[in-house]
Design a protein around this ligand. Structure first.
Ligand SMILES: C[S@@+](CC[C@H](N)C(=O)[O-])C[C@H]1O[C@@H](n2cnc3c(N)ncnc32)[C@H](O)[C@@H]1O
Length: 279
């Protein structure tokens, strides 16, 4: 069997997924250790029996709903590659709105202290550390298994000014005061059927669910942030598309100013920030 035949076998096995051809291409290039272009440049390359068995195993897992990124152990965020596994959320394209907003607020030079709370794979923290080389970035997570993944990504990207700490939201930061706090916390309603019925059931529940209204972790972070920010410091959070109004209210209740919400590429409210202004 050739690599191109194998893509066709995969497309058929994955016929219920929306991206069956792309998923099949990605799995073929993974098991055959070639890039996707090579499938079309050398379509007659023969597949070994071992590669075939490995492909069928992965395609069956994909057909059961396991995300391609978990099967490959790799995904892309902010044009950077990140190792992922079942212990971390797979970084999402909409989270790039958080990076874009942060980069508008964080000057390109200066020794700023930045915290990324709930870092998971470390995607946000690594992207910010690479974009703001003079800044110190502290990334925290309550999950030590997630921090192991973040450490691999930190090393791979040689983000030497990035430090990883374990702990519950701000508690992990000790007494350190920050110029910028960013976070993409869990924000899905705990009884949302997506948590059981969609492919996200393969990702850690601790990274997704946040109480009845999905706002428990956002409430905790917004409440704790003012005393951890330096005067004029900013808090930036990602949230659900329908949570913008409530999140702006939470910022206002804690005295934040310049409260602003940004939309993602799908034009949905996605990131809210505010500044701690001392009177
Ligand atoms: C939505 S995921 C975000 C992961 C990553 N920052 C990203 O954007 O891809 C939320 C992360 O928050 C972490 N988390 C959940 N509860 C936490 C807590 N109480 N304190 C610190 N981190 C927590 C989870 O382990 C998970 O890695």
């Amino acid at each position: 069997m050739t690599v191109l035949d194998l893509v066709k076998v995969g497309k058929n096995l994955l016929r219920r997924s929306t991206n069956s051809w792309l998923d099949s291409e990605l799995l073929v290039s993974h098991v055959c250790d070639c890039d996707r272009v090579a499938i079309y440049r050398d379509p007659d390359t023969l597949v070994t029996p071992r590669q075939y068995r490995h492909f069928i195993e992965l395609a069956n897992a994909r057909a059961r709903g396991q995300p391609v990124a978990q099967l490959l152990g790799l995904t892309y965020f902010w044009s950077l590659s990140f190792v992922v596994d079942a212990n971390v959320l797979i970084p999402r394209p909409e989270t790039e709105t958080l990076i874009e907003t942060a980069l508008e607020l964080i000057p390109s030079t200066g020794h700023y202290a930045i915290a990324d709370l709930g870092t998971g794979s470390g995607a946000i923290a690594v992207a910010l550390a690479l974009e703001r080389a003079q800044a110190m970035v502290i990334a925290t997570d309550v999950s030590s298994l997630a921090l192991d993944v973040a450490e691999r990504n930190r090393c791979f990207h040689k983000a030497s000014q990035l430090f990883l700490l374990r702990g519950d939201w701000m508690a992990a930061l000790g007494t350190k005061k920050l110029d910028f706090i960013v976070s993409n916390p869990p924000y899905v309603e705990s009884n949302d059927s997506l948590l059981q019925d969609s492919d996200i059931r393969f990702e850690p529940r601790q990274a997704l669910a946040s109480g009845k209204d999905g706002l428990d972790d956002l409430r905790a972070i917004i409440k704790q942030a003012p005393e951890r920010l330096k005067p004029d410091g900013f808090l930036l959070v990602e949230h659900g598309y329908n949570q913008g109004l409530r999140v702006r209210q939470l910022f206002a209740e804690r005295g934040f100013q310049k409260i602003t919400t940004r939309r993602d590429l799908g034009k949905l409210e996605r990131v809210t920030f505010g500044q701690r202004v001392c009177q």
